[in-house]
Design a protein around this ligand. Sequence first.
Ligand code: HEC
Ligand code: HEC
Ligand code: HEC
Ligand code: HEC
Ligand code: HEC
Length: 509
Amino acid sequence: MWRLYKLLVGLVTCNRISKVGGYMATFGTISGIVYLVMTILYHAENAYGGIIFLAVVPPTFFGGLLLVPFGIYLEFRRRSKEDPSLGEKPLGAILQALSGESDVRNRIITFVIFSGINVALTMVIFVASLDYLDSPSFCGQLCHAVMRPEFTAYERSPHARVPCVQCHIGPGASWFVKSKIAGLRQVYAIMAKTYHRPIPTPIEQLRPARDTCEQCHWPEKFHQDKLKIITHYRNDRNNTKYYTAILLKVGGPEAEGAKPTGIHWHVSGGNRVIYASEKGERKDILWIRFERNGQPPVEYRFTGSSLSDAQIAALPKRTMDCVDCHNRPTHIYRTADSELETMFGRFPDFQNIPYLKKAASEVLAQHFSDDAIQNGEVKKALLSWYVAHPEEKPDSRLLEQASDKVQEIYGDNVWPQMNIGWGTYPNHIGHTVSLHTRAGAKSLGEAIAGEPAVVGSAVGGLGCLRCHGNNHVTAEGKAVRSDCRLCHTLLALEEEKPPLFDFMVHKER
Ligand code: HEC
Ligand code: HEC
Ligand code: HEC
Ligand code: HEC
Ligand code: HEC
């Protein structure tokens, strides 16, 4: 052992370059071990530590390993010039001469075996740390200015414990490789600051949702109807509470042999809804085709566009999947209204602050810069609303607490640096506007312009009305159905004491 060591040291130190290689490999091994021990002992999942480790340690180690033989080769060339007969000697003798040691053959074999083990160990450490590249802390925190909005929204969502990669990459090797290649481009975009603000959506590289979402949810498991009781608060002095209750026809599981029905009809039982949208943005839908094996397809056209058959045929098509409706399963940016309603739900005492809903809505609608958000200006704005209305006299402790919450709401949803404001990322579940839209408008935006808003739910966009807005018809003039009972039964509409009141109040206790 000792002699092997001496031979190695002799060889590695025979030339300046191989010496440097030796130091690098040693550094790589030691820091790799230290990093591993640290992560195991302290569960240190620090984003910067991880990237520094990955960027520095493996290249140093493997670079060092390459430099050693290269240095030895250079030394061999130099010595051969001094002693031309060196090149004719057997390998053992050459190494012996270079290192100044005797009896090298067995030691070389041992050395090769040991190096093999060493390389294998380092590979294991390296692969283990690739896992880290897939962790939410890497995805969400490392590029913090860019991903912080996404990460914040994610942490407040029902999927806060689902790692980013479960949806963005999913199982299997080919998407893993694709994502790593896309990732390199993104790292470049971040360093060169060429990324878009806000990050554009839809994301083209998102894996088809059926592969990812259905790892955990699948259509056979959807349950029939879902009762949803939505609480709203008025802008009056008492922040009066009122209710809407809907029975959502979620759909599934179907009886054996029966046709699927309900909202999940689009993705159930072999149904395919294919569509083309303006600029591929999935917002203004130009053309829809419904297919089901053994049935003639049905095509619908947006009444506001005059595209020819050839132009339609040339458009990129997409088959509807989970994220065409659940586009915000985890990055849920909400409307100011729905945030305030959640706040009242969590802190019922806030209802005792006169006009809180109205005052907070006004404050949230203002524009604040990044610095202003940092300095708590949102909170100050709410407090000064009450200074300007001295007759209201809210409980000062409650007001203090509420203004902290309002500040938090603004900070969670508005990110000036990334150009993300209220409504930048609308949610497609549901609808905010009336269904009675004008046929023949140039865009859906125009079709709904001036229409009264029906609801103030967590949507902020057209949602289902992208197709169910009375604006998509077949050649025979039949529109995609849009009657109010297609998707839900309205049990109570904006009532302070709905017929279901006792039941609802009971639910709240
Ligand atoms: C439950 C599944 C899911 C998880 C978990 C998830 N995402 Fe997403 N993500 C999506 C979907 C769906 C979209 C929207 C896709 C679309 O509209 O094309 C999206 C969009 C994005 C976008 C584009 C901007 C936007 O909001 O549309 C970014 C950036 C992003 N995700 C990053 C992350 C990061 C970072 C994490 C982990 C901290 C993460 N995602 C976790 C499903 C998920
Ligand atoms: C790794 C498993 C996993 C994956 C992948 C996943 N989800 Fe979920 N999802 C969950 C869990 C667990 C819950 C329940 C969370 C709770 O009740 O708080 C949930 C809840 C939901 C809900 C109900 C949310 C609510 O407000 O109650 C929807 C809708 C949903 N997921 C859609 C999706 C979509 C769409 C995708 C794909 C883009 C997806 N999920 C991917 C595990 C997953
Ligand atoms: C046509 C639009 C649409 C499509 C496509 C769609 N969903 Fe849904 N989904 C909904 C609506 C609407 C709800 C009810 C929302 C609510 O509870 O507020 C829902 C509810 C859910 C829930 C909660 C179920 C419950 O009973 O609480 C899950 C989980 C879910 N969807 C997963 C999926 C998955 C996975 C896919 C893809 C296979 C999918 N959805 C496709 C519209 C859709
Ligand atoms: C294509 C399906 C569809 C049609 C048609 C439809 N809705 Fe809805 N509606 C939904 C969904 C999905 C939600 C649930 C959104 C959510 O989960 O927040 C909803 C929610 C609502 C709400 C409750 C929103 C809130 O936050 O208080 C009201 C009220 C409502 N719809 C009224 C109507 C009326 C009135 C019509 C007919 C003019 C109609 N809807 C037609 C899908 C539809
Ligand atoms: C890309 C277009 C598109 C979008 C977006 C869309 N749908 Fe549909 N939907 C269709 C088409 C096409 C049909 C079949 C036409 C019909 O039944 O009149 C349909 C049918 C339905 C049906 C009837 C299913 C049955 O039992 O026969 C329901 C319920 C439904 N959609 C709900 C929704 C809800 C809720 C949303 C929003 C969360 C939504 N749809 C979004 C295209 C769409």
